[in-house]
Design a binder for this molecule. Structure first.
Ligand code: F6R
Length: 361
């Protein structure tokens, strides 16, 4: 069943070009975005997104997209906090629940809390027969295929893809994007599986970096803008399968505390495509280098040219449209965690203390 791979996680990472292509084809055809009827963001006062773990980080990323592309007021919360906080929900709002399994107890309870309060409940799930799918007004399958590895990989990038398509639809519905602009983004998206393949081809280099990271006690991940949630996800992935302590921070938060941790023994993974925020992130990276932190810069060729000097390691990824960078850069983050775990000899597919589906609180 592992199709020649050593672990399900490796197989599932490698499947991403195919499953992302499936999701893109399913939701975006020649005529533009193809979502089920009943999903309409026009005139909404708010979008609320709720999930746990990796799915929560997908929602945090999508907040950047919904705000930027659709001018839509967006709230994101972890399900365990949301459900007991019992937040007010405007009637003229949509609540969106993201879950690979569709069975996560806290996410399901949050969905039930939102029912009757909001206009529409949308479920973004991988298991189409799941409870969250059944109890949503509209359920959108992410089409990642069965995910066996406890650490979520292909479900994350498929969640991001479906959420991005929803944000583009919201941009159209709300008159913030023209059809031609949406088509431009869809053309970029059609090229994504090919870029993911190119990122996967860097596996050998990433494994070498991971072997060095595996020696560390603590690792930091930094990102700005939509790369910030990916910093959180990269840290989660590393800690859950390699048991190395890792934290993700918004780059700009570095000097508000975490910089105190930096010394010669702390690898700092900087997620920095050469986008509009690149110079800001680089200046944070230089603060790390001035304190002898071991910077691992993930960027593109232009970024490496401009800022690669003096870093410990640079991984050059293909140039990608700004909007899609969180999806593409998820690949090296996953591979880094995977190979660090392999180097440490931990149980990659069944990490200690973790279950694939958390059906109790
Ligand atoms: C991390 C991971 C977990 C899940 C979380 C939510 O790799 O797998 O953090 O993302 O337990 O699970 P679902 O998406 O099934 O609701």
């Amino acid at each position: 069943e592992k199709a020649g791979y050593k672990h399900f996680m490796a197989k599932e990472i490698a499947e991403q070009p195919v499953v992302l292509g499936d999701a893109i084809k399913h939701y975006a055809g020649a005529g533009g975005i193809a979502l089920p009827a009943g999903i309409d963001f026009a005139g909404l006062d708010r979008l609320t997104m709720v999930a746990c773990g990796t799915a929560y980080y997908a929602c945090l990323t999508a907040k950047y997209w919904f705000e930027r592309l659709a001018g839509l007021n967006c709230e994101v919360d972890v399900a365990s906090e949301f459900r007991y906080r019992e937040p007010p929900l405007p009637a003229n709002s949509v609540a969106l629940f993201v879950s690979q399994s569709g069975e996560t107890a806290d996410t399901l309870a949050a969905l039930r809390y939102a029912k009757e309060k909001v206009k529409k409940i949308v479920g973004v799930v991988n298991v189409p027969t799941s409870t969250i799918a059944r109890e949503s007004d509209v359920a959108l399958p992410i089409l990642a295929g069965i995910e066996v590895g406890v650490a979520s990989t292909k479900a994350f990038t498929c969640q991001l893809t479906v959420l991005l398509l929803l944000a583009l639809k919201a941009g159209l519905d709300r008159g913030q994007l023209t059809k031609a602009e949406v088509q431009g983004h869809l053309d970029d998206l059609a090229a994504l599986p090919g870029l993911v393949n190119q990122a996967l081809a860097r596996e050998g280099e990433i494994a070498a970096i991971a072997a060095a990271v595996a020696e560390a006690q603590d690792v930091l991940f930094l990102g700005r803008g939509a790369m910030f949630p990916l910093a959180l996800e990269g840290a989660l992935k590393l800690k859950e399968i390699s048991y190395i302590h890792a934290e993700g921070y918004a780059s700009g938060e570095l000097k508000h505390g975490p910089i105190a941790l930096i010394d010669r023994a702390v690898p700092v993974v900087v997620l920095a495509p050469r986008d509009a925020l690149f110079d800001k992130t680089v200046s944070n990276m230089q603060e790390v280098m001035a304190r002898h932190g071991m910077v691992i810069l993930l960027t593109d060729a232009a970024g490496a040219r401009e800022a690669g000097e003096g870093t410990w390691k640079v991984l050059v990824l293909p140039k990608v449209a700004d909007l899609l960078a969180p999806i593409l850069y998820a690949i090296p983050a996953q591979l880094l965690a995977y190979h660090a775990a392999v180097a440490k000899g931990t149980d990659v597919d069944q990490p200690r203390n973790l279950a694939k589906s958390v059906t109790v609180e």
